[in-house]
Design a protein around this ligand. Structure first.
Ligand SMILES: Nc1ncnc2c1ncn2[C@@H]1O[C@H](COP(=O)(O)OP(=O)(O)OP(=O)(O)O)[C@@H](O)[C@H]1O
Length: 599
């Protein structure tokens, strides 16, 4: 059985529930109601205070200056300074708070996506391209930073400023206000269009970014480099990457610049409004019917200038919001994936696991049209051993997957001590069933840390005992830092046999009553084979052992052997019985003495 890296089909999302994302995005903010309320308060206060300075300006121009009232002038000037100071303080406080809220929301999202991914079955990861998940967690959540940290804040801030400014403008002169706002509906329409356009480009950009992360992840990994070099594809891989990167640059440019002309035309029209206002007021005054005082006109245009910035920001916040819903959608897509191996609502406790494993009329299919296992029935008594043999592709790995419930049987049941594995909690099952796969995965950490992954509270003495039993202790001690030696990424500094013995030590630490063991297919030299056999003997002693067997020694000593052919049990019994019977097992054993999978 090879717990091999499976196919990489690029289709991660299934069964997503679509719908409007905005209420869902807003719900992410609800745990932070308190801080958000304080932010809103700061924002409203600072907007109101900033509008006040226009009225102070009008008083300076219309009263204090013409009447030469120095005292009043000083007070008004001081008032304007105070306004600036207060708005500044509020701005700092609100930025601080909103950054905190935004980062908390991103943290919540990252954590819930990670936790949800941990619940997904192996099937999901076999379908998903490497790098895709990382990209959603890093690039998509990272990309929403500005939205979650500043959107709420900007929305409130600009809305209040716009409202307060508008009220003040109307209070100063409603006719000039009308002149200023006549183009507004058109502006809103234009920015909505730009937002929609950028959202589409952003969706495409994030997809492309994920593809690029996957390419890097695949081709710059140890296996990727090995393949690239030995196939002489390094240059063409670089060229392919360059093409992807160029496309990304192009998408980034489009995401940033699409609709720029339309937005800049809005800005242009907005900035010509003061000139129009001066012209209208001057025209009316030249014809003998002055509309407003000079003070009002200057105060009005200063307010109008104030209106311009927040209004533009409000429009661009709208664009940003639309754009970032594309990112939220990609995250929600993942959160909506339904795990296909579901934890039982009411798990059965197994305080004392004896370790009887039974497969009862078990069938399994990866795809609806083809059965990988078909009506397999076998019982392994507690403490007994079963060897599973068969040609490559006959379903041995799949059978091994069903016992630790990496997949659920499509039909029939898998039980441990008579309890359906679907009724056991993931924790109970992991404690009951240990798996040693052919491809040992080691983290980039010290040997001790890798061993302690199996049992975090294991003492140094326990580590040593396990390593000795697995016949790897002496090798570890010969390394420069002993147990503190760092294991290379994916354990590449160890040979296959050494890695497997490390995996055996790791499983010994967990001490599971049931063991699923994937024997190495690669030919081992005599000494290594002997060492490994000793380690395996230590491991399987006193446990129910199900071995996907490739070596005659394992098979001969097994209490029971099953031969799989196209997912069905085609021969079953002990070595002696099966050889005598002269059926498929005898044929298999006769053809290939070490029982390596036939081509
Ligand atoms: N993730 C998957 N999706 C679809 N089909 C799969 C998947 N994994 C395995 N299969 C198919 O299921 C069948 C059984 O595969 P399995 O890996 O169990 O065979 P095996 O006996 O362990 O082979 P080997 O000795 O080569 O490891 C094969 O036809 C294989 O192509």
């Amino acid at each position: 059985m090879t717990f091999r890296k499976p196919h990489t089909v690029q289709k991660p999302a299934q069964e997503t529930s679509r719908g409007t994302d905005i209420p869902r995005i807003l719900r992410l903010f609800t745990p932070y109601r308190g801080p958000l309320l304080v932010i809103t308060l700061f924002v409203v206060l600072s907007s109101l205070v900033s509008v006040a300075s226009a009225f102070l300006l009008r008083e300076i121009l219309d009263t204090a200056l013409p009447q030469g009232r120095v005292g009043l002038l000083s007070l008004l000037a001081l008032g304007m300074i105070a306004v600036a100071v207060v708005t500044n303080v509020f701005t700092v406080l609100q930025t601080y708070l909103s950054t905190r809220v935004g980062q908390r929301i991103m943290h919540d999202l990252r954590t819930s996506v990670y936790a949800h991914m941990q619940r997904m079955s192996l099937a999901f990861f076999t379908r998903t391209r490497t790098g895709e998940v990382q990209s959603r967690i890093a690039n998509d959540i990272g990309g929403m930073q500005s939205t979650v940290t500043s959107t709420a804040n900007q929305l409130v801030s600009n809305l209040t400023t716009v409202t307060a400014t508008l009220v003040a403008m109307i209070a100063l002169d409603w006719r000039l206000t009308l002149v200023s706002l006549v183009m507004l509906p058109l502006f809103v329409l234009i920015s909505k269009q730009v937002g929609g356009q950028r959202k589409k480009i952003t969706t495409e950009r994030q997809k492309h970014l994920a593809r690029m992360s996957s390419t890097v992840e695949e081709s710059l990994s140890v296996s990727g480099i090995l393949l690239g070099r030995t196939m002489g594809r390094s240059t063409s891989l670089t060229e392919a990457f360059a093409a992807q990167s160029e496309k990304l640059a192009d998408l980034e440019i489009r995401a940033d610049t699409s609709g720029r002309w339309r937005i800049s035309n809005i800005q242009l029209v907005m900035s010509t409004i003061p000139a129009i206002l001066y012209w209208v007021a001057g025209f009316a005054s030249a014809h003998g019917s002055p509309l407003v005082s000079i003070g009002t006109l200057v105060a009005f245009t200063s307010l109008q200038g104030n209106l311009f910035r927040p209004l533009m920001m409000l429009l661009s916040t709208g664009v940003d919001l639309q754009t970032s819903t594309a990112l939220f959608r990609r995250i929600f897509e993942y959160l909506d994936l339904r795990p296909d191996v579901v934890e039982p609502a009411d798990p059965v406790a197994l305080p004392e696991v004896r370790g009887e494993v039974r497969l009862d009329h078990v069938g399994f299919a990866y795809t609806p049209d083809r059965k990988a296992l078909d009506d397999v029935t076998v019982t392994v008594p507690a403490g007994g051993s079963l060897a599973v043999v068969g040609h490559t592709g006959s379903g041995k790995t799949t059978l091994g997957y069903l016992i630790p419930r990496l997949y659920d049987a499509t039909s029939g049941t898998v039980t441990i001590d008579g309890v359906d594995v679907r009724d056991l909690s993931a924790e109970t099952l992991a404690a009951a069933v240990g798996v040693v796969s052919q491809e040992t995965y080691l983290f980039h950490a010290s040997i001790a840390d890798n061993l302690r992954f199996a049992k975090p509270d294991a003492t140094d003495a326990e580590l040593e005992r396990a390593a000795r039993a697995a016949r790897i202790h002496d090798h570890i001690m010969s390394l420069p830092d002993g147990y503190a030696t760092l294991v290379g990424e994916r354990g590449y500094r160890f040979s296959g046999g050494e890695k497997q013995r490390l995996a055996i030590a790791r499983t010994l630490l967990r001490d599971p009553p049931v063991l699923v063991l994937d024997e190495a297919t690669s030919a081992l030299d005599n000494t290594t084979e002997r060492e490994l056999q000793h380690a395996l003997d230590a491991l399987s002693r006193g446990r129910t052992t199900i071995t996907i067997a490739h070596r005659l020694s394992t098979i001969r000593d097994a209490d029971q052997i099953i031969v799989l052919g196209h997912g069905r049990v085609i021969d079953q019994g002990t070595h002696a019985d099966l050889v005598t019977a002269g059926g498929p097992y005898a044929a298999l054993a006769g053809r290939s003495p070490d029982l390596a999978p036939a081509p």
